[in-house]
Write a protein that binds this ligand. Sequence first.
Ligand code: AP5
Ligand code: MG
Length: 216
Amino acid sequence: MRIVLLGPPGAGKGTQARRLADSSGMKHLSTGDMLRAEVASSTDLGLIAKSFMNKGDLVPDSNIIEMILQHIDHPAGVLLDGFPRTIVQAEALDQVLDRAGLPVDRVVHMTVEVDEIIRRLADRAVCEDCQRPYSQQSDSPSLAGICDDCGGMVTIRNDDKPKAVANRMATYQKLTTLVLDYYRARGDVVEIVATGTQDEVFAKLSRAIESGVSSN
Ligand code: AP5
Ligand code: MG
């Protein structure tokens, strides 16, 4: 299966994709996580990506397409989190899948109100290594700044600062909603309101994927 999770920053794409990958065995492909790993290792791509990411701008399509498309044809199926984000990326994905004779099975649009997004991102800290999110208010690591799962450093993402968050949301509205329209025109999109507990969102997402049922 190939599943695309679309939604604004902070919608819970990463949280839910990790959970779904654990329960289904599918491969979670997050372009954001891949890029943060490139930045941490100071690769050529990481050096290019860093300034775009810190401001909340998109990394150029050519870099993204080259980075991700080699992983698309995974035997266990893929959960795409944060890709495609532009029409150029969506068309590149279609080309690769068409050549392989593979469809996009579901596109799930996760919506969350702006106030809740701002609250979530202001509260988030994240492990630089395994990307596990923490809440600064209610779910800190047992040892300050050290990930309970992998011992990596838990920090605040540069792009979770208010100015970058505003830019990420504006970029989403300007470019990624066009991707939503692209898939809607094909009748591929299932809608879920991604608020409530993480368990509740997971139940909605599972229903959306299995049966194509939208949920409020
Ligand atoms: P990326 O890492 O993809 O960031 P994003 O899309 O802005 O999304 P986030 O990761 O912030 O949010 P999320 O939806 O994954 O939510 P999460 O589960 O973490 O991209 C970062 C940057 O990389 C981009 O700005 C761009 O520069 C570049 N980039 C990436 N892909 C690219 C592409 N394709 N093209 C070009 N550039 C690209 O949850 C958020 C918080 O909410 C967490 O703290 C979580 O614990 C909490 N939370 C989750 N669910 C709930 C719930 N139900 N209730 C309460 N809190 C919740
Ligand atoms: Mg994410």
